[in-house]
Design a protein around this ligand. Sequence first.
Ligand SMILES: Nc1ncnc2c1ncn2[C@@H]1O[C@H](COP(=O)(O)OP(=O)(O)OP(=O)(O)O)[C@@H](O)[C@H]1O
Length: 257
Amino acid sequence: MSSLRVTGLRVRHRKTLALDSLDLALGTGVHGLLGPNGAGKTSLIRVLATVARPDAGRVELLGEDTSGHRKLAGVRRRLGYLPQEFGYYPGFTVRDFVAYVAWLKEMPAERVPAAVERAVARVGLADRIDAKVRTLSGGMVRRVGIAQAIVNDPAVLLLDEPTAGLDPEQRVEFRALLRELGASATVVVSTHLVEDVAAACTEVTLLDAGRIAYRGTPQALSLLGEASGGPGDHPIERGYTAALRAHRTTGAREAVR
Ligand SMILES: Nc1ncnc2c1ncn2[C@@H]1O[C@H](COP(=O)(O)OP(=O)(O)OP(=O)(O)O)[C@@H](O)[C@H]1O
């Protein structure tokens, strides 16, 4: 069953069509969202996170239509979201901040302290749990962002460029965490790093100019790259370029018809 389904999704920012009649259904696993700058990844994640409304189309999360307010609170309780630009209170400690998000998500109060400690430990910050967020490095703050997103053990987890700013060791650990989370949740992760996709994703969706250019497994994208012989330093990078080119050529052919 798909825990996340969008149909005919359209998002416009003034004159820019960020998402153009998008259809997508995702189930349990780690779904890598790839695409060039401006492809529409953040626009899609924001709509899925229910922080932005689409101009047209339908968004179903965990079997509920998100256009009605009635079911929204229940769905949000089961969501985790790390925005690209994540706001926090610098004077809060890591513990207080993650607990605050748990409270926003209406977690039962008695479950909060243990859930906070577990989420913070899972991102490797147990030794900084009582440090003020303002005293942490950029990469550590990003990890606090991941901790607040997973504190409620979400059924749908949306992460917008979570590995940006993480050091290599942390990226490796984070990918292992992604794989663990993807065993039971639907995880959508936007990234520009092919290593994230190769190591952590069960499926890849490539967006280009608000449309889906490619969907498949990382293995299939690698094979496409190997067959294309196009530019790139990694088979997935070559697959990415080949899939984009194929999509753009088809689009151009349809346009002259
Ligand atoms: N607030 C806004 N006002 C005007 N245009 C916007 C706004 N937000 C996004 N856009 C435009 O919508 C399109 C999609 O942007 P979006 O941020 O979703 O892309 P992205 O794939 O996340 O890009 P990146 O890889 O750079 O993060 C782009 O053309 C962008 O310029």
